[in-house]
Design a protein around this ligand. Sequence first.
Ligand code: 0WE
Length: 264
Amino acid sequence: MSEEAHPSTPPLLAGKRGLVVGVANQRSIAWGVASNAAAAGAELAFTFQGDALEKRVRPLAESVDAPIIEPLDVTDDEQMAQLFQKIQETWGGLDFVVHSVAFADRDDLKGRTIDTSRDGFHKALEISAYSLISLARAAEPLLAPGASLLTMTYLGSIQAVPNYNVMGIAKAALEASVRYLALDLGPNGIRVNAISAGPVKTLAASGVGGLRGMLGTAAERAPLKRNIDTDDVGRAATYLLSEYASGVTGEIHYVDAGLNITAW
Ligand code: 0WE
């Protein structure tokens, strides 16, 4: 009967160990990914950036019994090395990495892109795009065939979204990095993908002027007639990190209630 046709299968990420970089608080997209991955059987390591965020991240990480909670500023090579040393000692290997990190100076997320300073450009690209490359390089020795990397991007990479400005340029670099890293790591059976999330009200987005209006417009325009939440992203992420996506790499997967396919 149905038992024979549909034998029960283990949860999607059973026995997998993953690193999650980019949790700031409970509303973070990274937490949506982490909580869904944990529910799907993954064991997780977390990083926090600075003392202020440690107070937020630690209780969340402990709620899913994370054995590794370490500081990481993605521009600090020494912290990066220490983090992977710790993962090596604790686990000896790693099945996935979630990168959910972006930063541009607040002044560069308004006004004209033409006014972006060299320094502001460098900072946005370093933190938001180069950090995926450094994480991939540091993680590579720990990754076995079947492992995967996942990052978060936004439509502003391929369409000009007012005020997204230098972040759009950084996300374009990030998406290209996904494809080139997929090419590098593919021969070892390691996949690299991105989720392009629709707008969500997170801490990162809270400083953004006009976000409320954007969320309203997005929900009206999107085929699903709603905004997405971090669980929408978390469920798609769980699939991309799992064997169910074994043939998927170098992909930018939209989780935006269909917004990106619309013209009007
Ligand atoms: O990628 C993002 C935002 C990332 C972000 C947010 C901030 C706010 C605080 C990067 N750096 C900073 N720096 C700060 O000082 N999103 C996809 C959310 C977002 O940000 C926008 C958006 C959307 C959507 C900025 C302008 C217009 C739309």
